[in-house]
Design a protein around this ligand. Structure first.
Ligand code: 0O2
Length: 268
């Protein structure tokens, strides 16, 4: 019974992982900053479902309705600001519908837990037809995730009865996490610029290497060696404009020689 019941939830989690990872990839391909750093997911274990049902006095008939996090997806962001961006992306999607939200950012839990949760309706197609089910999407920063993951393992160890001195340390660490996130937000633009710079550099180098490879087919080895040496010289300058200029020059050269880079679309 459990396997049959949980299979559609497994399917929902795998589909959503693909979709959110694609979203991150799409940002990268368009050279846009991605508010999604990483995505993971899980189907709640039977033991955890039973625990929750007992704790909240939920009957089997109401389980799928009341245990909202049988399927769970976690989206990790770099900065607090990204959380709202991700939530808005989810609100705008047509393949899921937000049922409710839990904002533990504005209303931190007594434990110190911070995160933003959306419960969404999501439909999977099964052999017996479509099945609409709930998925809990947790959106949090890397720092929040570090705290929550560590604290969660202690919750299991102490079964909710965390000793006072440990709870105090955790609360203090939660405050440190808030300060850390705030500190990172202050240098967000700098970090985003640096990451964009690095990504552009990677793509330009890839494009240049493809051009050089193509030129090998039509130019003499000596000529291509000269181009390669020039590339090493320019690369060592770490000047993105110079690299861009060189990549364009190579494109023109390749076009003239009838060996245009297949990768030239990257910079258009
Ligand atoms: P799992 O599968 O082990 O992650 P409740 O359990 O009653 O507090 P409720 O009302 O079902 O929670 O919803 P809530 O508060 O949004 O909690 C759902 C999930 O959020 C939890 O799943 C945790 O993953 C996370 N969470 C909530 N509160 C805390 C907390 O204080 N510390 C940590 N580390 N995580 C928290 P489960 O049920 O723990 O299951």
């Amino acid at each position: 019974m459990w396997k049959e019941l949980l299979d559609p939830y497994e399917q929902a989690v795998s589909e959503l992982l693909v979709k959110f990872r694609n979203l991150k990839e799409e940002h990268r391909k368009k050279n846009l900053y991605s508010p999604i750093e990483s995505v993971c997911g899980r189907v709640k274990s039977v033991a955890s479902i039973l625990d929750k049902m007992q704790r909240k006095n939920i009957s089997f008939e109401n389980m799928e309705e009341e245990v909202e996090d049988i399927a769970g997806v976690r989206i990790i962001c770099q900065f607090v600001e990204d959380i709202e961006t991700v939530a808005n992306l989810i609100y705008r999607r047509t393949d899921m519908e937000v049922r409710s939200k839990k904002d533990y950012l504005t209303n931190k839990k007594a434990s110190g837990y911070r995160s933003f949760h959306l419960i969404v309706w999501y439909t999977v197609q099964t052999v017996s037809g479509p099945k609409r089910l709930q998925v809990e999407i947790q959106i949090r920063t890397m720092a929040m995730n570090f705290w929550a993951t560590t604290e969660h393992s202690l919750q299991y160890k102490y079964r909710g009865q965390i000793p006072e001195h440990v709870a105090e340390r955790l609360a203090a660490s939660a405050d440190a996490i808030v300060a850390l996130d705030e500190g990172m937000s202050l240098v967000r633009d700098e970090i985003m610029d640096a990451q964009r710079f690095r990504q552009t550099e990677i793509e330009l180098v890839q494009s240049i290497l493809t051009s050089i490879e193509n030129l090998y087919r039509v130019e003499s080895e000596r000529e291509v060696q000269k181009i390669q040496d020039e590339f090493y010289r320019i690369y060592s300058l770490h000047n993105i404009d110079e690299l861009d200029r060189f990549a364009k020059q190579l494109d023109i050269l390749a076009e003239g020689a009838g060996a245009q880079s297949v990768d030239s679309s990257i910079r258009n």
